[in-house]
Design a protein around this ligand. Structure first.
Ligand code: IMP
Length: 423
């Protein structure tokens, strides 16, 4: 199967960057299909740590073409900065050659960032805990059909007209909210300059990918965030504003929904950053130990991640929604020394009913039902074969497969490229 989609199974931060980097060595094309620079994909390279926010992880491989698909919302100024940073690290970023950006991708403007922060402030205690990157407002404008697309940056008249239309709508609202009005002239100049820099890379990426698929090229689709942050399938309203699950892979790239291998990425425990329900969250010392052991701090915002036990109910749901044929289980090494290990296998709803399905409402009111397994004390980082894992670590992985109903084909036992077990 020439196309593989890598999708986060819970609330993002599952270690997709490392998995994509690993799979990228075989890929001709790597395409992002949703989200924006709210994502943070961490790669540990021989030259040190590299965090990518918008540019696909294949940029570290010489032979891959990296595509930012039409479903991504792009802050052009951020994109220019990210390109500069990669070049400073000695990586070749060649617009039009190894980096293509969809002309249909919607643009994140400074005004979206301000709106994002303002909306969070207004939500008060009901805040979502967004990354403050303007993601929600940019997608809202796309749906409201007043957004600008990247291709507009190359068409000065269309750009000015689009910005004037946007300003007319926003300034009325901003006036009431006592926010600064939009300066159309300044925005036009900045955006047109960014457009000129990006011009060689702004193309019809859907056509490129469809052609590549017909030619039998290997395409890797890089999901951002995770299924439970999907605007429709996730823990609404505590979600991001894109289709982070596999559904977004088709609409967000322009590839047709033909057969593809779908690889779900799940951590050996659960984490979440930002607000929203998290049934297996550990608010005690064990959660704190997990955070420290797993270095669980957001790669985009630096916020501490909330940590908890593996949730087989949520993973089963997300695997079903995303169509994940297999799981990559990451950070198994981090669980060393935790005993007993727990896996949530069902929930008790507020009225006492037991369920193994993920409820769409009142997820914050469920009580997880756990199975307990003995822990392991051995260091897993040098293990490369499943049979060489300690018996308790093997039993834990098998229990995950049994309760989540999906096969674990790959296990990551450390941040570095070679620290994986293939089964
Ligand atoms: P937004 O995407 O900035 O609007 O944030 C909405 C929610 O998604 C917040 O809870 C964020 O913390 C979360 N979120 C967005 N991007 C990521 C990510 O890459 N990893 C983990 N959480 C994310």
């Amino acid at each position: 199967m020439p196309t593989t989609c890598v999708v986060g199974i819970l609330w993002g931060d599952e270690g997709k960057g490392k998995v994509i980097d690993y799979l990228a060595s075989d890929a001709d094309f790597i395409a992002r299909y949703g989200g924006g620079h709210n994502a943070g994909h961490t790669l540990i390279l021989p030259s040190g740590k590299l965090v990518l926010h918008l540019i696909p992880s294949g940029v570290v491989h010489q032979h891959t073409v990296n595509v930012i698909g039409n479903g991504v919302v792009v802050d052009p100024l951020h994109l220019c900065q990210e390109i500069d940073k990669l070049r400073e690290r000695g990586l070749a970023v060649d617009l039009g050659k190894n980096l293509l950006v969809s002309e249909r991708a919607h643009v994140i403007l400074e005004v979206h960032r301000r709106q994002d922060l303002w909306a969070e402030h207004r939500r008060g205690s009901g805040k979502i805990g967004t990354t403050g990157r303007g993601i929600g407002p940019a997608y809202s404008d796309r749906c409201a059909r007043i957004g600008l697309r990247l291709g507009d940056l190359l068409r000065p008249d269309a750009l000015r007209r689009g910005l004037a239309g946007l300003a007319e709508q926003k300034n009325a609202l901003f006036h009431a909210a006592e926010l600064e009005p939009l300066d159309v002239e300044l925005m036009s100049r900045e955006l047109a300059a960014a457009g000129e820099r990006l011009r060689p890379g702004i193309v019809d990426t859907g056509a490129v990918l469809r052609q590549a698929r017909l030619q039998g090229k290997r395409i890797l689709l890089e999901g951002a965030q995770g299924c439970l942050l999907d605007v429709e399938q996730g823990t609404y309203p505590f979600v991001t504003s894109s289709h982070a699950s596999t559904g977004g892979a088709f609409s967000g790239t322009g590839l047709p929904p033909h057969e593809m291998r779908i690889v779900g990425i799940a951590k050996a425990y659960a984490t979440r950053v930002g607000e929203g329900p998290f049934p297996t969250e550990l608010k005690d010392g064990t959660g704190e130990r997990l955070r420290i052991a797993g270095k669980e701090f957001g790669s985009t915002t630096g916020r501490p991640r909330r940590c908890g036990w593996f949730d087989a109910v949520a993973v089963r749901y997300s695997a079903a929604v995303s169509g994940a044929d297999e799981l990559v289980l990451t950070n198994l090494d981090v669980l060393r020394g935790f005993a007993p290990l727990r896996i949530a296998v069902a929930y008790r709803l507020a009225d006492g009913t037991r369920t193994t399905a993920l409820p769409a409402f009142d997820l914050d009111a469920v009580t997880p039902e756990y199975v307990e397994l003995p822990g392991f004390t051995e260091d897993l980082r040098e293990v490369r074969r499943f049979a060489d894992l300690p018996a308790n670590a093997r039993a834990y992985v098998q229990a995950i497969e049994q309760h989540a109903g999906v096969a674990v084909r790959t296990i990551s036992v450390g941040p570095e490229r070679q620290q994986v077990i293939l089964r």
